[in-house]
Design a protein around this ligand. Structure first.
Ligand code: XMP
Length: 533
């Protein structure tokens, strides 16, 4: 199929994509599928920038992106339901290529005059897709018969005018369709790993149909972002709170590249970090980044505020408030500062997008430092606002940050305080730090560190009877938590080899003060959470 330039005649209100603007972008319209984010990630992996937007977004919020194509995601609705979410008119009026996936395809067919009907039975799982039009660009370099992943209740019973069948399966006579204007619909999910040629299909849409060139690379991101930060900040000063994690480190490094010494980073040691963590963060920032770093050791401050606190949420609140006090004190020493840099990531931004509230979704910012007091309000600089975590890591490597920082496991702001059940004291911190140090050494020695989303020790409030030599002991119980996860929303307990667990247990009982028992937490999330508090 060759695509003509003419397309259907646009209505008088048809928006014209502007000539200038952003780099090449694909707009993914979200109809609520559990896979919507995965579609966005796959497109980015194919080196094309994309944004996930609610289906209610008006053209004005999209036009500045100068999109090269539109993807309509799947979703749980049926087009015949009352109030079923439908693509906005600008999708068709823009004359851009469209890829409708599952529900997205049905919505497009419904709007363009075809028919969608309930299938006699729901189709879920693998299917064999047979191409009827193998020469179509969407099928470039794919076999005429291939495995795809289906998950749908409705199916297409009649083509819209101008469309033809591109492929079928046993259960779906119209499993893929297309017209001469680069509008494609597919019933299956190319974004999941169960469709082995899915990546190729997505790339065919991006490169063969939308004409993308694949400019979304870490190197381009760095140069564009550094320029954008310079634009935003002008001659102003920026502060950034470093946590020791990859997000704030990458955000700070980008800002530093852009404005050099006009950035000051503040690193607060709250006394709740892991063994040698504060030293490590300081050393790394000195060695690799050479940036202004003000280090505040507020350990006594935090421990004082946490005295007798045992409730998990109260711990978080106290730590959050203390952080703001210390940060504010430190920031006030720097004189007038206009900007606050933060490592906010795209998933936080997506989560704060409210359908029907699109304009605010564009400008709403996510405060992961915790609400700063009114008189400290600064303009936010959020260079990672449109990145997924794996992209942040790639950018970190591109910037030359050390691997141990780039692939560091996430560590919660309240730190060890929420891994000590009950009151946080110097003694309990010493015990936990030691147990945690041993665990991390063994995990690293076994080459497991980067396979685990998080691994850590928890000091429980249980005591247990044990025996050491000829003596009865009554000691602390340490729990080991290690999980695999993609995004912390769900997690599974990690199947750490028994030998590693055995060594961890032996060493903790021998080396961590007061511990005589080690248990392994085999709870997934849900029903558990990753942290114990
Ligand atoms: P849960 O325990 O809710 O944790 O399964 C999910 C992810 O969030 C981290 N976490 C926190 N991070 N402040 C943070 O900065 C917190 O209060 C907090 N609580 C949990 C947790 O480590 C995991 O990665």
């Amino acid at each position: 199929m060759a695509y003509s330039e003419s397309g259907p005649s646009a209505t008088s209100s048809a928006p014209t994509p502007p000539d200038s603007g952003h780099q090449e972008t694909i707009v993914v319209i979200d109809f609520g599928s559990q896979y919507s984010r995965l579609i966005a990630r796959r497109i980015r992996e194919s080196k094309v920038y994309c944004e996930l937007i609610p289906h209610t977004a008006p053209w004005e919020t999209v036009a500045h992106l100068n999109p090269k194509g539109i993807v309509l995601s799947g979703g749980p609705a049926s087009v015949y339901e009352k109030d079923a979410p439908l693509p906005p008119d600008w999708v068709y009026e823009s004359r851009l290529p469209v890829l409708g996936i599952c529900y997205g395809m049905q919505a497009m067919v419904h709007q363009l005059g075809g028919k969608v009907a309930p299938a006699s039975r729901r189709e879920y799982g693998y299917a064999e897709l047979i191409q009827d039009t193998p020469s179509d660009p969407i099928f470039h370099e794919t076999p005429e018969s291939m495995q795809v992943w289906m998950s749908h209740g409705d199916h297409i019973s009649e083509l819209p005018p101008g469309f033809s069948v591109l492929a079928h399966t046993d259960n779906s006579p119209i499993a893929a369709l297309g017209d001469r204007n680069g509008r494609i619909g597919i019933q299956f999910h190319p974004e999941v790993v169960h469709t082995p040629k899915g990546k190729q299909l997505i790339e065919n849409f991006l490169y063969k149909i939308c004409g993308c060139s694949g400019s979304w690379t870490p190197g381009n991101f760095v140069s564009e972002t550094v320029a954008a930060i310079r634009d935003q900040v002008g001659g102003g000063k920026v502060i950034c709170a470093l946590s020791g994690g990859v997000d704030s480190a990458v955000a700070a490094t980008l800002v530093h590249r852009a404005i050099g010494d006009r950035l000051t980073c503040i690193f607060v040691n709250n006394g709740l970090m892991r063994h040698r963590e504060p030293e490590r963060v300081r050393e790394t920032f000195k060695k690799y980044m050479e940036m202004n770093l003000s280090y505040v050791n507020a350990t006594e401050h935090f421990l004082g505020a946490l005295r007798s606190v045992t409730d998990p949420e109260t711990k978080r609140k106290v730590i959050g408030e203390e952080f703001i006090n210390v940060f504010e004190d430190e920031a006030s020493r720097l004189g007038q500062v206009d900007f606050l840099a933060q490592g906010t990531l795209y998933p936080d931004v997506i989560e704060s997008q409210v359908p029907g509230d699109d304009v605010s979704a564009k400008i709403k910012t996510h405060h992961n430092v915790g609400g700063l007091p009114e008189h400290m309000r600064m303009e936010l600089v959020e260079p990672l606002r449109y990145l997924f975590k794996d992209e942040v890591r790639e950018v970190g490597l591109e910037l030359g940050l050390p691997r141990e920082m780039v692939f560091r496991q996430p560590f919660p702001g309240p730190g060890l305080a929420i891994r000590i059940i009950g009151e946080v004291t110097n003694d309990s911190l010493d015990t936990l730090r030691e147990a945690d140090r041993i665990l991390m050494e063994e995990i690293e020695d076994a080459g497991l560190y980067e396979d685990l989303w998080q691994s850590f020790a928890v000091l429980t409030d249980s005591r247990s009877v044990g025996v050491t030599g000829d003596f009865r002991t009554y000691g602390n119980v340490i729990a080991i938590r290690a999980v695999t996860s993609d995004d912390a929303m769900t997690a599974d307990w990690a199947r750490i080899p028994y030998e590693v667990l055995g060594r961890v247990s032996n060493r903790i009982c021998n080396e961590a003060p007061g511990v005589n028992r080690v248990v392994y937490d085999i709870t997934s999330k849900p029903p558990g959470t990753i942290e114990w508090e």
